[in-house]
Design a protein around this ligand. Structure first.
Ligand code: AHR
Length: 560
């Protein structure tokens, strides 16, 4: 049946936009107004208002030599009884391939600024063993081994092993160079090892001896990591001088490097303003391709202080306040992007440099690690799935500003997509969100307005709110993908969805939900949380759908 499409009348559109604004300004007024109507929420998709192409690299991941991420998580070794491809855990490769990762960042994190790339070259059995940056972390569980590869890195996973990992799963590699403890020359030499043409240099010869005669074609290079913290405790001006020195000349070859500066910790605008100001003065802003921001989410009402343990709570046991506080913290991403973008424009009005959110995700207290060696490993519930959906929708809506992003970290650490130990392996709810959202990669993001009553809860005895439904939409050919999160801990929300500028002809739905937001997967119960197909109603030109509590939904709409 063909549906008649009503173009969005400007007055009605402004009314919708006002309702959306009211949702933020006065949730009570909006709830009252909506009580008289049905459904209570609206989603308006404006096909004629493109935001930009969603870079596949927004669907990126982070791999650090930290706890159980590399050794055991990804690298099991070629002689392992665990199924592997060139030493890489096969079930993880297969699952990762399915979600088409755009980019993977390596080798850290804080580890990157202690890492000597030469240690990870040459015959594997001759590589040096080194003390890992995280060896002395106060977060190690008491029963973790004291001498494993997570403390004394055997370097069996080096540059070519990581490059092969990326190739296997179809992702672009993104390397973080050591700015704190190696000279600038070692950065250029690492680029030469990776990218110089076959037979051209001594380092191309070393690469060939390591099994990769052809250039690895590494484009993305981070110049340090968290240079305001573990990356050297610089002030912005001193870091800018270092950045200038490290990037004064970087060999280009067939893959000119895209250089990424170590950006702010969350909302630190001063770091950005002063760094950009100094580069503008030196005339070197054109060297900067991307500006890396890190933003982790933890329980704000428990105190977001410089004592980073103060705000961390359990990953599995949480009350309503803790549930919403983490989601609210993650939802700050939108304002952080807007604020950073505005500060960047003060020195870079044409926005040559884009944002790279290369560490994001939930960070909980220790205690739910999948095994003792998985330092800062944690479990992952439906709450985290909602957090992932909220954040990816934010990136999609800001596709014109965000060029890359990486959730921290891929496996066995923080908000992981996988848990893996010895022969045990499982997918987390966060994995399923990436699977559902993969349809957005490379598609054209279009403006999407959501009006929905806010959720109300108690923060330290005072009333607080968390937004209602939210989402993002993108188009590829005649396929429109709409993803929606319902953060309410216990209320379903019904919404009318209107597509402006096209006519929906068919809709298919997939939902990730559970009766308890604490639901999660584990080695013992790996399929407790999985996406399911769901029936969706097409009423004339509108789609009406009920979104379950604490859920993530994808609607695939064929548009005529
Ligand atoms: O992801 C864990 C750590 O968090 C990274 O090493 C560091 O960059 C950040 O502080």
């Amino acid at each position: 049946m063909e549906n008649s499409h009503q173009p969005l009348n400007r007055r009605r559109f402004l009314g919708t936009a006002a309702a959306a604004a009211a949702c933020i300004a006065s949730p009570v007024a909006l709830v009252t107004r909506m009580a008289a109507q049905s459904p209570e929420s609206r989603v308006d998709i404006l096909l004629d208002e493109p935001v930009g192409a969603i870079a596949p690299e927004i669907y990126g991941h982070f791999v650090e030599h930290l706890g159980g991420v590399v050794y055991d998580g990804i690298w099991v070794g070629e002689n392992s009884p665990i199924p592997n491809v060139h030493g890489l855990r096969k079930p993880l490769l297969d699952a990762l391939k399915r979600i088409h990762p755009g980019m993977i960042r390596w080798p850290g994190g804080c580890f990157a600024d202690q890492y000597d790339w030469r240690d990870g070259t040459g015959p594997r059995d001759k590589r040096p063993k080194r003390t890992n940056f995280w060896a002395d972390s106060p977060d190690w569980p008491k029963d973790a081994r004291r001498d494993g590869p997570e403390r004394y890195d055997p370097n069996t996973f080096g540059t070519v092993e990581f490059a092969r990992f990326c190739k296997q799963v179809g992702a672009r590699p993104y390397f973080a160079a050591n700015l704190r403890s190696l000279p600038a020359q070692e950065f250029w030499r690492w680029v030469e090892y990776c990218n110089s043409p076959a037979n051209s240099t001594t380092l191309a010869g070393l690469r060939a001896a390591d099994g990769e005669p052809d250039p690895l074609g590494v484009r993305y290079w981070g110049v340090g990591n968290e240079s305001w913290g573990c990356g050297g405790n610089f002030d912005p001006e001193d870091y800018a001088s270092e950045f200038n020195r490290y990037t004064a000349w970087v060999p280009s070859y067939a893959t000119p490097p895209a250089l990424i500066g170590s950006g702010p910790n969350g909302g630190n605008q001063d770091w950005t303003r002063r760094f950009f100001g100094k580069l503008a003065k030196a005339g070197t802003l054109d060297r900067l391709w991307g500006w890396a921001m890190h933003n982790y989410s933890w329980n704000a009402s428990a105190g977001r202080t410089t004592d980073w343990n103060a705000g961390k709570r359990d990953a599995l046991k949480f009350d309503t306040e803790q549930y919403y506080e983490i989601l609210n913290a993650a939802d700050e991403m939108e304002s952080l992007i807007a604020a950073q973008w505005a500060v960047m424009a003060e020195s870079d009005p044409r926005h040559r440099a884009k944002l790279v959110v290369d560490e994001w995700g939930a960070w909980y207290a220790s205690g739910t690690e999948p095994f003792p060696e998985a330092l800062i490993g944690q479990q992952n519930t439906m709450r985290d799935a909602v957090l992932a959906g909220l954040t990816l929708d934010t990136f999609n809506r800001h596709a014109d500003k965000v060029a890359m992003a990486a959730i921290a970290q891929l496996v066995n650490c923080l908000q992981s997509l996988f848990l893996a130990h010895e022969d045990k392996f499982c997918l987390t709810p966060t994995y399923h969100v990436f699977d559902m959202y993969a349809a957005h990669r490379g598609a054209r993001s279009v403006r999407t307005l959501v009006a929905s009553p806010a959720n109300r809860y108690d923060r330290n005895g005072k009333p607080a709110t968390m937004r209602g439904l939210n989402g993002s939409a993108s188009v590829t050919g005649s396929q429109l993908t709409l993803t929606v999160t319902n953060p309410s801990i216990d209320q379903p929300r019904e919404a009318e969805i209107q597509v402006h500028g096209g006519t929906p002809r068919s809709v298919a739905g997939v939902v990730l939900a559970a009766t308890d937001p604490r639901a999660h997967n584990s080695f013992a119960d790996p399929r407790a949380v999985e996406p399911k197909t769901v029936a969706v109603t097409l009423k004339g030109s509108a789609i009406v759908h009920r979104f379950p509590p604490a859920s993530v939904t994808k609607l695939t709409i064929t548009v005529g």
